[in-house]
Design a protein around this ligand. Structure first.
Ligand code: SF4
Length: 345
């Protein structure tokens, strides 16, 4: 049977597994409960399973495909986990505490193939993560029963659509996290947005926009993407299908996309759409860009508000441990990765 990973299997799949091992079906439900709800990390903890079954399971399976190899805690309480996967690749996720809730930022790929110019994750790409490797990140970092989950770590979630959808279903049905607590972020994979809209899953959509026109967007995000007009149409489709307000993420880069003119252009692009804009002053993840002055950030924000666009300036968390947006992966590169910009072949 090889090394099977239990995290990543649905209750029905676990039921089949135990039946193959000659055990009654209900043992599968018990295992799902231990793995997803009680956070068991070893078979010894599964006290309502017969000892013999626990022994046989430990021969053929691992519980979580992630092995945590480093934990960094920021002065603001943010925790970054670095985990090793079965093939030696590594993945990072970030736990962000708030007074009354918590947010977990998960990755969907090892590195990212999109290669946004200002993003450390986009410097390299190795492979997609499996659904189990995605859900495993939540299980190693969650403290509360129902955390907020944001798919804003390494990778473009909609380029890993099948595993993303399975992970969403596992989080929702097995771990018990409400779909409305989950946010899927995308750089603008129009086909993926449309497919996700058709599933009507009620998860939130966050679009990383970063530019109010195609020319500037192409410069910052070199991968060929459908034009902004198509992206905006797909966002409208998503809104109509789910009734969920769309978030737009906009990294403010000094002298590049941070002028009042850009803000007016952005307001025109989003006019009438039920949406919210998160302004993210650049956080020094890659050296070629700079963070705008506070004054510039405030002016940009002010223009959006005046134009009737709901917007906030995002308070940065975890920057001292490199756990803020666009900083994941920065310090952990494995040999199989091919880095862009000629830094590593
Ligand atoms: S910003 Fe997102 S899409 Fe762009 S390279 Fe980074 S992880 Fe990939």
């Amino acid at each position: 049977m090889g090394q099977l990973m239990l995290v990543g299997l649905t209750t029905q799949e676990l039921e089949k597994l135990v039946e193959q091992l000659g055990e009654p079906k209900f043992r599968g439900r018990q295992i799902a409960m231990w793995v997803y709800r009680k956070g068991a990390t070893d078979f010894g903890a599964m006290t309502n399973l017969p000892k013999e079954l626990r022994r046989r399971l430990s021969d053929v399976a691992l519980i979580n495909p992630l092995e945590v190899i480093d934990v960094k805690v920021s002065s603001d309480g943010t925790v970054k986990y670095l985990s090793r996967l079965h093939d030696g690749e590594t993945v990072e996720c970030v736990f962000i505490p708030h007074d009354k809730w918590e947010t977990i930022c998960v990755s969907t790929q090892v590195g990212c193939p999109i290669g946004c110019k200002f993003c450390a994750s986009g410097e390299s790409y190795a492979r997609n993560l499996t659904a189990g490797e995605i859900v495993g990140q939540v299980l190693i970092s969650k403290r509360r029963e129902s955390p907020n989950i944001v798919f804003m770590g390494m990778g473009e979630p909609l380029l890993n659509f099948g595993n993303l959808v399975k992970a969403l279903q596992l989080l929702n049905h097995e771990v018990g996290i409400g779909a409305r607590r989950i946010t899927v972020s995308t750089v603008g994979i129009v086909q993926g947005i449309r497919k996700l809209a058709q599933l009507k899953m009620q998860v939130n959509l966050a679009v990383s926009l970063h530019a109010p026109n195609d020319e500037l967007r192409q410069m910052l995000i070199p991968t060929k993407l459908p034009p902004l007009s198509e992206l905006i149409n797909a966002c409208w489709e998503y809104f109509r299908a789910t009734k969920r307000r769309i978030s737009f993420e906009y990294v403010l880069l000094k002298g590049i996309n941070d002028s009042a003119k850009h803000a007016f252009e952005l307001a025109r692009l989003l006019k009438g759409m039920p949406c919210h804009v998160n302004l993210i002053p650049y956080n020094h993840a890659v050296s070629n860009f700079e963070r705008p002055a506070e004054e510039t950030v405030r002016r940009f924000h002010h223009v959006l508000i005046e134009q009737g666009i709901s917007a906030t300036i995002r308070h940065e968390r975890g920057s001292d441990i490199c756990g803020a947006c666009g900083q994941l992966r920065r310090h952990h590169l494995t040999p199989s990765m091919s880095l862009r910009n000629g830094r590593h072949q």
